[in-house]
Design a protein around this ligand. Structure first.
Ligand SMILES: [Zn+2]
Length: 481
C-alpha cells in the first residue's frame, strides 16, 4: 500500500503509506539540523544524511548510508539520490490580500508611485468573496511550494480593514496546522497623528491577534520634507513614540515597512531603533526593505547596523520586489542603475537577524510571483551575493523568520524529535536547485506527502481577469463596479 504523492513528484518512488520510513541519501543544509550530533559539512554548508521518520516526526538524522546498499534501519526506504532537503519555509513578509489583482488594476508605469495609485483604484473591486478567494488562492500556492507559515500585511484603512480582518481571521482558523498565518495592520506613519483613530486600530489589531505596523520613510521621497505621508520630518520621532506606546500598552509586536528607496537621507531604520530603545520596548520588531542602507557611507551604515542590533530588530529583505520597483523610470526610457536591496551582509555581520521574504505577488507592487520561497531564497542569494559560500543563509527563509514570528523551537528546522515538515528537491546541490525551478519537489507534512499541486490561475478568472483579452473578449470581474 502506498499513498500517491503529488503527480509532479513522480521522480520519487511513492512514499510508504505508513508514515514510518527513511529518506536516504539527502543533502541538507547543516545549519537547519538540530539534535543530530556531529555531521560532516561540505564547502556549501551541506551534510549528506539519512533522515528517519516515525509517526510523523524526525526520529534520527545520521550520516548517509550510501556506501552500503541497505540502510541499517529496518524501515521502508525512500532513496532521494542526493536530492536536497529543507525544512518547510517561513515567509515573513507578504501581502496576500492584494494578490492576483495585477491584471484588473494595472500599474502602468511599474513604479512605486504608480503602484500606490493603481492599488487605491483596485479597492472598488474588493468584496468579502473577492478578498477571501484571492487570499486562499495564495495560501494554496504557498502550501504546495512547501511553506508552513506566512505573515501578511493587511490593508487597514476604515473600509478595507473592516473587510479584510474578518476574512483573515476565518482563513487563519481554516488553515491552522497547514499554514500558520499572521496579520499586520498596514498603514502609514502620518496616520498616527490622530491618536483616537490610531488607538482604535491598535485595539482592532489586538482583538484579532495581529501585529501593529506602519510605513516609515518609505516612499520614493523617503527622508525628505515633501514625503508628508511616511517621513513626517517635523514629528517623525513623536509619531514613532505613539506607535511604540500603543503597541506596548497592548502587548503587540511591531512590523514596519522602512526606507524603500535609495535616498541617503532616508534613515527610518535608525529612527525606529532609537524609538524602540527610548520606549524600552520588549516586543518583537521587524523592519522590511531597508533599501536606503545601501546609500549610506560606510561609517553611517556601521552605526545604523549596530543600533538595529542593539534594538534586537529583525530585518527582512524583499529582493525581488526591490529589483522590480526601485529606480524605475516612470517614462519607461532609462534602464535602472540603482536597484537597491538592503545591506544583508553588513547587517548579518553586525549580528542582526536577516530574513528573505516574498513581499507582493501579482499585484500593483510586483506583477509576478507565486509565493515560492525557493525562488525567493535563490534570487536573494544571487542578488545579494550570499553564495560564496551559502553556508548559513538557509536560516533566512526558515528558522529566523520562525523565531520572530514566535512559532516555537521546531518550526523551520530539521529537529530530531520534531515534526517532519520537509521539502525534498530533485536537485542535489545549490547549483542544481537554484538553476531549475524544482516544481517537482515533494512536500512532506507530518511525514506524509502533500497530495496537491498549485492551483490553476483560471480559478480566479471571475474575480481577477479584468482587462485580460481572451477568446471571450474582455472579461469583467464580479467585484467590479
Ligand atoms: Zn510589503
Amino acid at each position: 500500500m502506498s499513498i500517491p504523492s503529488a503527480p509532479w513528484s513522480s521522480w520519487l518512488p511513492n512514499v510508504p503509506s505508513g508514515s514510518d520510513f527513511v529518506l536516504r541519501n539527502a543533502h541538507v543544509p547543516a545549519c537547519c539540523v538540530h539534535g543530530a550530533g556531529d555531521l560532516a559539512i561540505d564547502h556549501d554548508g551541506l551534510s549528506f544524511v539519512d533522515i528517519e521518520i516515525r509517526t510523523g516526526k524526525v526520529s534520527s538524522v545520521t550520516p548517509a548510508s550510501s556506501s552500503s546498499s541497505i540502510s541499517s534501519s529496518t524501515l521502508p526506504q525512500v532513496d532521494v539520490d542526493g536530492g536536497m532537503v529543507f525544512p518547510t519555509f517561513v515567509d515573513l513578509h507578504t501581502h496576500i490580500d492584494k494578490g492576483h489583482t495585477c491584471e484588473r488594476s494595472r500599474n502602468q508605469s511599474g513604479s512605486l508611485a504608480g503602484a500606490d495609485d493603481s492599488c487605491a483604484k483596485d479597492e472598488r473591486h474588493w468584496t468579502k468573496e473577492d478578498v477571501y478567494t484571492r487570499m486562499e488562492f495564495s495560501l494554496k500556492c504557498a502550501y504546495a511550494h512547501g511553506t508552513s507559515a506566512i505573515r501578511t500585511h493587511l490593508m487597514s484603512n476604515a473600509t478595507q480593514g473592516a473587510l479584510v480582518w474578518p476574512v483573515f481571521k476565518e482563513l487563519r482558523e481554516k488553515w491552522k496546522g497547514r499554514i500558520e498565518l499572521q496579520g499586520v495592520a498596514l498603514t502609514i506613519l502620518r496616520f498616527f497623528r490622530d491618536e483616537t483613530e490610531a488607538a482604535k486600530l491598535a485595539d482592532l489589531v489586538k482583538k484579532n491577534g495581529g501585529i501593529l505596523g506602519a510605513a516609515v520613510s518609505c516612499t520614493d521621497r523617503g527622508g525628505y520634507a515633501d514625503d508628508v505621508y511616511t517621513t513626517c520630518l517635523d514629528d517623525m520621532d513623536a509619531l514613532l513614540d505613539t506607535v511604540f506606546r500603543l503597541a506596548k500598552e497592548r502587548d503587540l509586536d511591531l512590523d514596519f515597512h522602512v526606507d524603500e528607496n535609495g535616498n541617503e537621507a532616508s534613515k527610518g531604520l535608525l529612527h525606529i531603533a532609537r524609538a524602540s530603545a527610548r520606549n524600552a520596548f520588549t516586543g518583537r520588531v521587524v523592519c522590511g526593505h531597508c533599501c536606503s542602507l545601501a546609500a549610506q557611507s560606510p561609517g553611517e551604515l556601521h552605526k545604523i547596523c549596530l543600533e538595529a542590533k542593539k534594538a534586537n530588530i529583525t530585518v527582512v529583505s524583499l529582493p525581488i520586489v526591490n529589483q522590480w520597483l526601485q529606480n524605475r523610470d516612470v517614462r519607461g526610457i532609462s534602464t535602472p542603475t540603482r536597484r537597491g536591496v538592503t545591506t544583508m551582509k553588513e547587517l548579518d555581520d553586525a549580528g542582526v537577524s536577516v530574513c528573505l521574504a516574498s513581499d507582493n505577488t501579482r499585484d500593483q507592487f510586483y506583477g509576478y510571483g507565486d509565493l515560492d520561497m525557493l525562488e525567493i531564497f535563490g534570487q536573494g542569494c544571487k542578488i545579494g551575493h550570499l553564495d560564496r559560500p551559502i553556508s548559513h543563509w538557509p536560516l533566512s527563509v526558515t528558522s529566523r523568520p520562525a523565531n520572530v514570528m514566535g512559532l516555537g523551537d521546531a518550526h523551520g528546522r530539521v529537529v530530531v524529535g520534531g515534526v517532519a515538515n520537509l521539502v525534498v528537491f530533485r536537485g542535489r546541490r545549490y547549483s542544481e536547485i537554484l538553476s531549475r525551478p524544482q516544481h517537482d519537489r515533494l512536500v512532506l507534512r507530518d511525514g506524509r506527502p502533500l497530495p496537491c499541486g498549485v492551483p490553476d490561475y483560471r480559478e480566479l478568472d471571475d474575480m481577477c481577469a479584468n482587462g485580460m483579452v481572451g477568446s471571450g473578449g474582455v472579461k469583467r470581474g464580479r467585484g467590479g463596479a
